[in-house]
Design a protein around this ligand. Sequence first.
Ligand code: SF4
Length: 449
Amino acid sequence: MNNLAPKLTSEQYENNFTEIHPAFNQNQATVEANRCLYCFDSPCMKACPTHIDISTFIKKIATGNIKGSAKTILESNWIALTCAKACPVDVLCEGACVYNERGEKPIEIGRLQRYAIDWYFEHGMPSLFTPTPKNGKSVGVIGAGPAGLACAAELALLGYDVTIYEGKDLPGGLDTMGIAPYKMSYMDSLKEVKLVESFGVKIKTRVWVGTTITLAETAQMHDAIFLSIGLGNSPDLNIPGEHLEGVCDALEFIENVTTRNWNSVDVGKRVAVIGAGNTAIDAATEAKRLGAEQVMIIYRRSEEEMPAYEFEYDLAKRDGIVFHFLTAPSRIIGNGQVEGLECVKMKLGMPDVKGRRTSHSIPNSEFRIPVDMVIKSIGQKPAESFLSQISNLKFERGKIWVNTETMQTSHPKYFAGGDCINGGKEVVNAAADGKRAAHGIDEYLFSRK
Ligand code: SF4
């Protein structure tokens, strides 16, 4: 790549990637827990996709029963540490807290949850759950992300023999490889993997179902299959220059940053990120924290249509990221390596089928921005060729269709959850899907309905 940003010192990297939400100490946790009103029929619990009994776990923290608090949390959510650190709590539990209505600061539910779960891992994962005896059935889980881990944990406790197949070197999916290090370390995700393994779940890494072993072989070995395969690669921008050196995919870039070998990740001095979702914001702020001098987000619609959460947008602005709204890339310029980006101005049109306004280019509005690196973050495609191997699999708007009560697909042996059914939501949605699917599989295999 041309024009690399100079490397920083280890101290600067550590400083730039310090966690933005530090942990509570015991005193802070107790004070915050005592602020909770322990609402009857609490709105925070309803707002959480895993329906953690929030008022109960907070009450237990207030009374010093941290182990009991961790148990209450884990009974609903096996991915509780990642969720505590990476969930958009402002729009979920904390956004629903009754304190908001009074114009006061909501209870810091995420940090309290983290306090209890940190305690649990720091105390060596004391035994809280007793698996039921083995029932002789086996389930294969494809993908070791949050949905797969949650499904596997729940099934193992229900007495199933569970094997997770994961293509990457490390399990955890996007929790391990896709969360900005200033939100959480990938090592937190690996603690959750250890917890799931402690229930007897086998995890086979570097095994790509469909390549290392066939899907048919996998299906033959198990009584049911849970698909937690996430999404496939990013679609192409379909503009000239896309294959120049210096163009990369946001998730690949974030994956390199997440492993904390910051010195080994090259970043340009001037970086353009295409797209304005939460992943785009992560990529932009990470590029800035790695030492890029100028980082900009290029988005074809206006600020109002931007898919990123408000707190992510605020974070990016605080990091000095420049936003070019109503702007689309039309060409990446360079001679072997990225040297600039040609863009075109856009205007908004009528809403599309999803209700989002379309955007159209304005003739003769082309302009150039000098950049050294382009990061593509325009979403991910479903893993179509892999899924085409499953007969009678029904899709809805490009996502796998499931019965939302049982998570069963149109092929009775296959269940699915997480990004592959919702197109890319939160970790907590994946955790909820995985748990629900485990009970759906249990009903299916033992006709318990
Ligand atoms: Fe506590 Fe707020 Fe939940 Fe009420 S809504 S139980 S105050 S966290």
